[in-house]
Design a protein around this ligand. Sequence first.
Ligand code: T1G
Length: 685
Amino acid sequence: MSPISTRRHGDVLIVLSNNPPVNALGHAVREGLVAAIEQAEADDAVKAVVILCQGSTFFAGADITEFGKPMQLPMLPQVVDRIEACTKPVVAAIHGTAFGGGLEVALASHYRVAVPSAKLGVPEVKLGLLPGAGGTQRLPRAAGVRKALEMATSGSPISAKEAYACGLVDRLIEGDLEQHAVAYAEEVRDVRPIPITSARDDKLEEARANPALFDDFRKEQARKFRGFDAPEANVKAIEAAIAKPYAEGVQDERRLFMELMSGTQAKAQQYFFFAERKASKIEGLPEGTQPRAINKVGVIGAGTMGGGISMNFLSAGIPVTIVEQQQDALDRGTGIIRKNYQATAAKGRMTEAQVDQAMALLTPSLSLDDLADCDLIIEAVFENMDVKKEVFGKLDAIAKPGAILASNTSYLNVDEIAAATSRPQDVLGLHFFSPANIMKLLEVVRGAKTAPDVLVTAMQLAKRIRKVAVVAGVCFGFIGNRMLIPRQTEANKLLLEGATPEQIDRVHVEFGMPMGPFQMADLAGIDIGWHRDPTRVETIRDALCAIDRWGQKKGAGFYDYDDKRRPSPSPKVQEIIDDFRSQAGITPRDIDDQEIVERTLYSMVNEAAKILDEGMAQRASDIDVVWIYGYGWPVYRGGPMFWADTEGLDTIVEGLQRQQERMGDDFTLSPLLARKAEAGEKFTR
Ligand code: T1G
């Protein structure tokens, strides 16, 4: 049964797609669309066509699951050209998300109508691609060059209202979409359809009149484009739309598309698209486990983390009671929440009314007793086991039966925390990443006794607060922070052996990380986890903390910072490093970049293999989701495990064995990694 059906409404042929869940433009849909257009042309009684989708959305793009498989004609470029060539006017009726190939189908239609809640976008760049069915040629003609560049290189959608304002949508539909789309088709039934590619290139004039437009755009976006192939290819394809007639420009688009599709970056980003969605699935839970209702949340601690965590729930419309011990700390915390919202409003991303709405859901309190009616309580107190156990002991007596008790701990043993209560089945870790109201990653730390419905509740709640949740087991640092340990251990040793903070950070930034280990330490604060005894100096980090060099917040850490927090190498830090070298009797040596890669990045892969082997992560792709969303691992490399497969596990093992002597007892090769390398297997495909 074809997912495409047709029915007449007067002299309008309605072409209806029913291909859940997102009306992806799979082979059967493409065949059905071509057949429907031919049916419309062959029927003299048909004067116009409406293309409509059932379910939650208009076509949301090509079927990504078909990528990499043998092509099945008609391919999408042929389908959209066939729609555009239709001798009768075609109206695309848009709701939901007209994304990628879906927007390309709409662009090939002669008219586009949409409900105000619809979104239109070309997210192909997020898959390491560009719109490969004429989108780079039609979108600038419909929406203007600047808008097309922004949409294609960011992958971010625009609202139907914005699309209407720039001319991408011809009419906004209030009310029944089908009924109004048919009415629109009736209005244009006698108008000879003019393909967007054969006329209306007045919108390209802005670029012809401003030849610097493209290079200015490249300069403006350079930082965001760094390391990626697809954004530049999108710019090139749109440049071709300006410089050449459609028939030639679309050839450029096809060439650029095929180059991207055959590259590693596109494979990595398409892998990640599915990895992110797979992470929300928990293996082995009893069938039909239902989530608990979460209508009210309690947060203990109004510091940076407590405030950020609270904002996630407030922004999702969930009331929060936030508890501190001192009034001034409570006032400071709630003040920062309001300030953060106001900063968002100042950027036009929320209205003052929405700020007030969010703040109205926040109840400050100085008493844990006020959490008695909360369905979920999250503690974000000082990272100390005794403190956390004391808090959970009190919560055990206060919280209502069935309340979920969560710790935001970054490293500590969630089972030990759970044991401080009489309800370990209701306890888990919810590890937010700082800044908690911005970072997408949430590690859901599953205790030995955590009940299945508590886990299901956490995964569902993560979606509700727009987080990507990954289940982690109870081990020191869970998944992400545990992999930071070997990276930092080796980076610190490399400093002693002859490398500089700048060199080590440069290697990581050139690899594609947003910053290197020492830049990250300065940003987070080197004093985190420091014993706070300035007389006890055992490491370079201790020495820096002892002289108040706690990182950016103090204007100095591993780097010196100017008043705009711009870093520069610090002679003082070099002096301290030299002192430590001479005390340890180390003669500094030249260290090449490859050694830094092997000792820091390869050892992270080794630790990841151990995490997988111990069952602390459900699957290798979850580890990739953690590092891409939690630490900014470059998505075009697919995450540590996908990247290891790309490097070759035998290459990774050889590199680690080459460094074994220098890494000493800090390093043991993961048996799983060794086995897979030996067997020529991969982690992620
Ligand atoms: N192809 C195949 N499966 C898809 C899909 C797609 N395009 N989009 C979503 N799915 C699956 C997804 O894996 C999940 O499956 C289920 O649908 C629900 O998705 C030639 C080359 C539309 C905003 O990049 O942005 O067109 O996990 O959980 O949160 O130029 O899905 O249930 O088994 O994300 O409601 C361009 C990608 C393709 C859009 C809905 N289009 N999708 O979000 O649901 S390339 C995209 C999304 C292209 C042409 C080029 C979102 C959504 P499962 P979901 P959601």
